[in-house]
Design a protein. Sequence first.
Length: 282
Amino acid sequence: MILIHTKKELGDFLADQRRLGKSVGLVPTMGALHIGHASLVNRSVAENDITVVSVFLNPTQFNDPNDLEKYPRTLEADCRLLEECGATVCFAPSVQEVYPEPDTRTFSYPPTDSVMEGAFRPGHFNGVCQVVSKLFMMAEPDRAYFGEKDFQQIAVIRRMVEDLKFKIEIVPCPVIREESGLAFSSRNTLLSEDERRIAANIYQTLKASKLMAGKATVQQTHAYVVEHIEAIEGLRVEYYSIVDGRTLADVDDWSQSEDIVGCITVFCGSQPIRLIDHIRYK
Ligand code: PAF
């Protein structure tokens, strides 16, 4: 695997590969890689001749400077994992390389980017679209791989791909979970053992709510999830929304859509650490 830090070097390398007729898969990441990321990389390696994994902690998508400060930075370990997965390139540019001048572009795809994470983290998806569009322009991949853990992010990126007419296939990859059910996330390393155990209740509650959903209304299911999680010491729900899986608009009746997803954000522990998860009801 080669480690590349500049757009020029990446562009030259990929131009050579394309001349040889090679297909390119891109896995955008912010580093602190775990087996959830490894599953995306493995999939790209299986489906493309060349796999580029970007490791870039994108400042424009953090609306909270403390969150950016706390985010784990582990490039050496990341490279070891990418090497094991068979990635071709680790692209780890500096902030100056990606943003030689401030990015003033704005992206707006309501309601997809204005609800849930969009409402609670103003500017977050604008920053995601800024960096992902830049990475798409730098790598010009045939396919790009994103984890379904960030369910809303995939919906926003699909809207951006349509809007900017990128000829890139977006490949969503399933959530990878710890044995307890807790979704793998770079933020999990910031949790203590005890907090990790408590955080497992998030998915356990979502799963239990799926079992009751057939017999209960959307409102009762919503209340069940919020009440159960809030009753656990160390967990606080920021929002829970039951939405149409494509438009992300709220639903108030199970018959309203064939694709219904519950999306949750929970604060865990005293620091606290912000965790997201979701469950597909239909
Ligand atoms: O999902 C992430 O890790 C980030 O939002 C992404 C897509 C790499 C953009 O910085």
